[in-house]
Design a protein around this ligand. Structure first.
Ligand SMILES: Nc1ncnc2c1ncn2[C@@H]1O[C@H](COP(=O)(O)OP(=O)(O)OP(=O)(O)O)[C@@H](O)[C@H]1O
Length: 273
């Protein structure tokens, strides 16, 4: 389509702890302006993958790039990415507003537009009235919102979100989902890890399922569900369950990245990775 680089590429990306790979040679390509839903059971290696892609931990082997900037270039990658980890890094003794201003300073963001932007985000997430309360008085959901604003404040091209709706009430979760949609409208890319499959179904342009450190299925949500055993009635949950059981092998429906189609019958669609 264009010669823009992908937002994210990973080649044979591997991380081992004590010689045991927890992320085992994954290959990924995420196009700019898309939402990539990253699924997998607890302990599959999702957070470790995101930590590698955001330069918080170095791979044992393999390589990855954000917009053509290798993850070995920490400062280069940091300027392109925002990251909301499962536990947002905030200082309990600061107020919500102070935390965001402090983060803006750390990022060397220009004070004036940033101050306005902070107020806009606080308002959007219904936090204006609580912005001068200390973070140790915040609920989990409120801290989550501050963490999310922090990940978005510098308007990064690529945003990594680990369970962004965790702890949020339905209204706040809807605000986050709408905010994710607005990001992609703005050309930003979202790499979204969540266990809430309805969020992935609603938002993701493509989905990858990680199981025991390997990418066992990948494709557009409708392609994955079409290739699942239950056929037309399949849901992402069916796909998730079928590719993440002990008995499943790492041979599952994977969309052909060239033509976006899953070939043939469900069983025949199985592709070795
Ligand atoms: N620093 C570490 N040292 C040793 N093992 C680690 C370390 N960090 C993660 N692991 C192990 O790597 C595996 C993958 O963990 P990871 O947090 O990436 O999984 P996850 O898919 O994000 O899980 P969850 O959905 O529960 O958040 C787990 O077995 C975990 O115990």
């Amino acid at each position: 389509m264009t010669d823009e680089p992908p937002a994210i590429t990973a080649r044979e990306l591997t991380k081992a702890f004590d010689g045991e790979p927890v992320v085992d040679g994954i290959d990924l390509t995420v196009e700019q302006g898309s939402v990539y839903g990253f699924l997998g059971p607890n302990g599959a290696g999702k957070t470790t993958t995101m930590r590698m892609l955001t330069t918080l931990t170095a791979p044992t082997s393999g390589d990855a790039a954000i917009l053509d900037t290798s993850i070995t270039d920490r400062d280069g990658v940091r300027s392109h990415v925002g990251y909301l980890p499962e536990e947002p890094p905030v200082f309990d003794e600061l107020t919500g507003r102070e935390q965001l201003r402090y983060f803006a300073q750390l990022r060397d963001l220009p004070p004036e537009p940033t101050a306005d932007r902070i107020e806009t985000w606080l308002d959007r997430f219904d936090l204006t009235d609580d912005a001068d309360r200390r973070l140790d008085d915040y609920s989990k959901g409120m801290r989550q919102k501050i963490g999310l604003i922090q990940a978005l404040l510098h308007e990064p091209e690529v945003v990594f979100l680990d369970e962004p709706t965790s702890g949020l009430d339905p209204r706040a979760a809807r605000t986050v989902i709408n905010a994710i949609n607005a990001l992609t409208d703005n050309g930003q890319t979202v790499f979204l890890s969540t266990h809430i499959l309805s969020v992935v179904e609603e938002l993701a342009d493509s989905v990858g399922v990680l199981y025991e450190g390997e990418l066992v299925a990948e494709g557009a949500p409708d392609e994955l569900t079409a290739a699942a055993e239950a056929g037309a009635d399949s849901t992402l949950e069916d796909v998730f369950l079928s590719v993440t059981t002990e008995s499943s092998t790492a041979t599952t429906a994977v969309a052909d990245s060239n033509d976006g189609e899953v070939a043939g019958e469900p069983d025949a669609a199985a592709t070795e990775r």
